[in-house]
Write a protein that binds this ligand. Sequence first.
Ligand SMILES: [Zn+2]
Length: 242
Amino acid sequence: MALLDDLDRGLLDLIFPRDCVVTREPMEFGPRRHLSAVGALELTRIDDPRCLRCGHPFDGTLEDDRSCPHCLGLNPAFGRAVCPFRARGPVREIIHRIKYGGCPWLADDLADAALEDTLFRRHLTGSVLVPVPLHAGRRRERGYNQAERIADFLARRLPGCATASLLRKQTETLSQTRLDRQERRANVRRAFRLAEGAKVDPGRRYVVVDDVLTTGATLHACAATLRTAGASHVDAAALAHG
Ligand SMILES: [Zn+2]
């Protein structure tokens, strides 16, 4: 389905020249199809220093050596999360279009721009990327899972990386948007399970991948499921931090 969409997009591109999703100016020739070099400069990046746990920008003293005020009390099952962007302005708009606007191809462009973050590249290199799953019904409705698309793109671009869809979402959870931190955690606590027949290799490093990290509850729940299945080294990554 995603491939068909892309082919459609390719034909449309021949008829209507593409514009950058940020600047609305015609695209130059380059590796990205809908995000120009100038447009990418408008995206809010997270620079160092950042929290060693959740990846939020932070230059104070970390509580309990790891957590910033944003993730204090989360006590996540993942070691470290890295996010190259803040979910603000154009980044927020692009992610909204990826998830709700039927534009999965924008995930490739945002992931490509994310790879300009050296820490993000290093964080993922050599690992098995595990996309956060959508519930089967939601996936059917959307036609794709954006986290899967992001993980697949990143794995193709980074040395020693592979993707493995090891997780399933077994219950349709409430939308997290209007829930506070505690409610989000309760909402996703038992939402994930290991896929039928999936095996976890305790010797591999797994990175759970999502489009956005807001409170970290979803990435935590996925990481906890992998750990219960035997994974010993689990980290997390998202394109943007909420
Ligand atoms: Zn933090």
